[in-house]
Design a protein around this ligand. Structure first.
Ligand SMILES: NC(=O)c1ccc[n+]([C@@H]2O[C@H](COP(=O)([O-])OP(=O)(O)OC[C@H]3O[C@@H](n4cnc5c(N)ncnc54)[C@H](OP(=O)(O)O)[C@@H]3O)[C@@H](O)[C@H]2O)c1
Length: 345
């Protein structure tokens, strides 16, 4: 037990609730405070009762009063920030400047050169940017970002392929869950019985963030179409990847299934034993079945339909990742665990 006090900003949102679930019995982190905007002043448990998903919190968390999102009101060693995009940049900078280490799920800081954008299994070395960030910005705290929830699953599968075979380009389509848009999200009248073939800025984010995280010798071109489908949670992506050399589907499956990184080596509490699970069944992965996959539910991405593409150096596959866990709170908690183990949080 390490007993590090944490605060969850925007704790009543979709990702915020996932943090509370993951942190309710965590060996390193204790939730000492929660913040919001409309819900300020309420007891956390009363506010969460209004949501559609039941969430059982230990009393010491459920009884917390929701505070304003103001660094002067927060007492914690580390801050998790699932804040909405429009307020995240300014608020996170206020917290970092006041000395807090902020691990964020929001997009505004992700592409800043001095901000680590981290998937712990893929690019743990990015955390070394923190010292320079503090110096450059004159902060005693820092901001560390986690990627877009759609980019996470895609990049986790590209990393072992890039290391072993090289990746030339990626073409594909996503089928993204409605929880990815926050609550209340897309109006039900637009979403039920429908597919929305556009998500603002999402295609650009996937391409830019993937390249920042993979930091390949050459920029990988992406041709991605992002769509929203009537699934509650679990983002699906159907990908067609051109490799730098030929590889058989069996080789690809072996490389994906055996992928591990620093979190597995360090046995971090939120690290799944296998970051990528490869399914052989013809009709897997499926979001409803596979979004809770892995030894830590929702932290593994699930790949299936691995097959040859247009040539011997192309491969096609489908990947499902849990957008609120691996693509949200779980990914950020795993990043914070790595920071603790490396002595930077
Ligand atoms: N949903 C996903 O799958 C996902 C995955 C990865 C990353 N993200 C990112 O994570 C962030 C949160 O997403 P979400 O889906 O959890 O959103 P959400 O369900 O809309 O929740 C937003 C939360 O922020 C609080 N809030 C709203 N305005 C605020 C303000 N001005 N100051 C302080 N707190 C404020 C709300 O508290 P009150 O209720 O008290 O107003 C609520 O707790 C976004 O940046 C999103 O892009 C989302």
């Amino acid at each position: 037990l390490k007993n590090i006090d944490v605060c969850v900003l925007g704790a009543t949102g979709i990702v915020g609730r996932e943090y509370l679930r993951i942190l309710s019995n965590h060996p390193y982190f204790r939730v000492r405070c929660v913040t919001g905007r409309r819900s300020v002043g309420s007891k956390l448990a009363d506010t969460l009762d209004e949501g559609s998903d039941e969430i059982n919190l230990p009393k010491h968390i459920g009884n917390l009063e929701i505070l304003p999102t103001d660094p002067a009101r927060v007492d914690a060693d580390l801050v998790f920030s699932p804040l909405p995009t429009d307020v995240a940049r300014k608020t996170e900078e206020e917290f970092a400047s006041a000395g807090f280490t902020v691990v964020t799920d929001a997009s505004p800081h992700r592409m800043d050169e001095d901000v680590p954008l981290v998937i712990p299994e893929v690019n743990p070395e990015a955390l070394s940017l923190i010292e320079g960030q503090k110096r450059k910005r004159g902060w005693s705290g820092a901001v560390v970002a986690t990627p877009n929830c759609t980019a996470v699953g895609i990049v986790m599968t590209l990393k072992p392929l890039a290391d072993r075979f090289g990746v030339e380009n990626v073409v594909g389509t996503t089928l993204q869950a409605i929880s990815g848009a926050g609550y209340p999200g897309v109006p039900s009248f637009d979403m039920i019985d429908n597919v929305i073939p556009f998500i603002e800025n999402e295609e650009e984010k996937v391409a830019q963030e993937a390249n920042k995280i993979l930091s390949a010798a050459h920029r990988i071109p992406f041709g991605i179409t992002t769509t929203r489908v009537p699934v509650i949670s679990g983002h699906t992506a159907s990908l067609h990847v051109e490799l730098a050399r030929s590889a058989t589907p069996e080789e690809i499956k072996e490389v994906l299934a055996s992928f591990t990184g620093a979190p597995q080596k360090l046995r971090l509490p939120t690290a799944p034993e296998r970051p990528i699970i490869v399914r052989e069944e013809v009709a897997r992965p499926q979001p409803r079945v596979d979004r809770g996959a892995g030894s830590v539910p929702g932290m593994s991405v699930v790949v299936g339909r691995v097959r040859a593409g247009m040539s011997a150096s192309h491969v096609q596959y489908v990947v499902v990742s849990n957008n609120t866990v691996r693509g949200g709170a779980g990914g950020a908690v795993l990043t914070a665990e790595l920071m603790v183990e490396e002595g930077i949080a």
